[in-house]
Design a protein around this ligand. Structure first.
Ligand SMILES: Cc1cc2nc3c(=O)[nH]c(=O)nc-3n(C[C@H](O)[C@H](O)[C@H](O)COP(=O)(O)OP(=O)(O)OC[C@H]3O[C@@H](n4cnc5c(N)ncnc54)[C@H](O)[C@@H]3O)c2cc1C
Length: 434
């Protein structure tokens, strides 16, 4: 008789979850756990998480618990040091092994290793589109330019593994009872216009979003033309929050794109969403290759490209959306009020912070970490390094002319007037900026 503990981490889903499937194949009974970490060292910890991300996480956990209860299981949501909570629960319930999905950054990897020293811990890959073992090179030999990576990966056609169906899960140990996870504090910011984007966590809402974006509106078929938009729901997929929390896997999205192509036809746009998922993979492989080096002030380079002054007034202006650029300000207000910002916006505010204001990219990346619902340590850091010219990139500078960008991508000024007006109604107190 084998009793296992399954530790949910960045994989809040049952579908296409290889670690969960591995556990289900081995265990006769199982205990399911998620730990909300206490302490500033954890990116999933409440101290580093703003309200938007926290709400999305709690909704995702409630959805996962509901799904588990529907098949006779349950989720235990704990709070504390993740290593201690997992080991203590494993001991309390006499579990012989722990299973979890592999994470690829600092504290997350270390905590998995600490658990492995105390109890058999099966850590299984499951967060990328291309399985690391299917790369045509070793991760240490990752090409230093994205297009070279993509060409190599696509050389013989993308061969993506099939998705894992939801496994038949073992029951909980006898006598284990807990009340359904029903978190408090899920209020949204009151007073924003009705049509303001508001993401709701959980696999169910993620799949509804996909259904809407693919078959509901056919927006996927014009993604390549609209993806640089800034206002509204459908200029891009908005899958990032569900991907970051693992409510949906990139592989499931990939196979849904292929189904859509078979039914509705393929074009450059349907391919382009896969292309963007490869960007996501790329930054994950960069993190696997370089470990903690990705947090270094000079990134993957020997020296910084720009002088870093990190003047406190410039820093506060950037955070509060009171810089000289109305375009940057509008984006910073959107981030703070919704937990989201378009890719176009992110590139511009990042470039402005690094190249115009001389801010330290690490502080800016932490600001993103706090506010973004879709915060992902690999994608966030990878993109900041990229814009700063200190990651993998053939170009030494990625400086955007924000005025030119505003004219090009917000020609009628609708985006700027919308978010600058709301930023004025809901200002951020400069004293609240760290
Ligand atoms: C400075 C900066 C910081 C960023 N931080 C994050 C972050 O913390 N988390 C995050 O998920 N993305 C981050 N991005 C990447 C990108 O902006 C978002 O993934 C995208 O805006 C999310 O919207 P979407 O889901 O509608 O994207 P879509 O355009 O619909 O793309 C589909 C998916 O592809 C992936 N993707 C697209 N562009 C990128 C990219 N440049 N890098 C990595 N993956 C990409 C995402 O998973 C996204 O959900 C950052 C970009 C910049 C410039």
């Amino acid at each position: 008789m084998m009793r296992a503990l399954y530790w949910f981490r960045e994989d809040l889903r049952l579908l296409d979850n290889p670690a969960l499937t591995a556990m289900a194949q081995k265990a006769d009974e199982a205990v399911f756990v998620f730990v909300i970490p206490s302490g500033p060292e954890w990116s999933q910890g409440e101290e580093r998480m703003g309200d938007h991300r926290r709400r999305f996480m709690l909704e995702s956990l409630a959805d996962l618990d509901r799904e588990l209860r529907g098949i006779g299981q349950q989720l235990r949501v704990l709070q504390g040091n993740p290593v201690e909570c997992v080991l203590q629960t494993a001991k309390e319930w006499n579990c012989q092994a722990v299973f979890s999905q592999r994470c690829h950054t600092g504290e997350e990897t270390q905590s998995a290793e600490s658990i492995s020293t105390m109890i058999p811990h099966h850590v299984v890959e499951g967060s990328t589109l291309v399985h690391p073992e299917d790369l045509p090179f070793a991760v240490e030999d990752l090409p230093e330019i994205f297009s070279r990576f993509r060409n190599k990966v696509e050389k013989r056609g993308l061969d993506i593994r099939p998705e894992f169906p939801i496994p038949k899960l073992p029951p909980p140990p006898q006598g284990m009872e807990s009340t359904p996870f029903d978190p408090d504090g899920l209020q949204r910011l009151a007073g924003l216009p009705e049509d303001t984007m508001c993401f709701e966590g959980g696999a169910l809402t993620g799949w509804k979003r996909l259904q809407h974006y693919f078959w509901g509106t056919h927006s996927l078929s014009s993604y390549k033309q609209t993806r640089n938009g800034m206002l509204g729901w459908d200029y891009s997929s908005k899958f990032s929050p569900w991907l970051a929390w693992g409510c949906m896997s990139p592989r499931s999205i990939y196979h849904a794109i292929r189904r859509y192509e078979e039914e509705e036809g393929s074009n450059e746009s349907t391919y382009w969403l896969i292309f963007e998922l490869l960007w996501r993979d790329y930054f994950r492989f960069v993190a696997m290759q370089h470990g903690n080096r990705i947090w270094h002030a000079t990134g993957l380079k020997e020296s910084a490209r720009n002088p870093v002054s990190h003047h406190p007034l410039q820093w506060k202006a950037w955070c509060t959306g009171t810089t000289r650029s109305p375009f940057v300000n509008a984006n910073m207000h959107e981030l703070r009020l919704t937990g989201f910002m378009s890719n176009r916006g992110r590139q511009n505010v990042a470039s402005y912070a690094i190249h115009d204001l001389g801010l330290d990219w690490r502080a800016c990346a932490e600001w993103f970490e706090h506010w973004l619902i879709d915060f992902d340590p690999c994608s966030n850091t990878g993109n900041w390094l990229y814009v700063g010219g200190i990651g993998y990139d053939p170009r030494p500078q990625r400086k955007f002319d924000v005025d030119w960008q505003a004219e090009r991508y917000d020609a009628d000024g609708a985006y700027q007037s919308h978010w600058n007006r709301l930023g004025g109604i809901f200002p951020l107190d400069p004293d609240a900026v760290p």
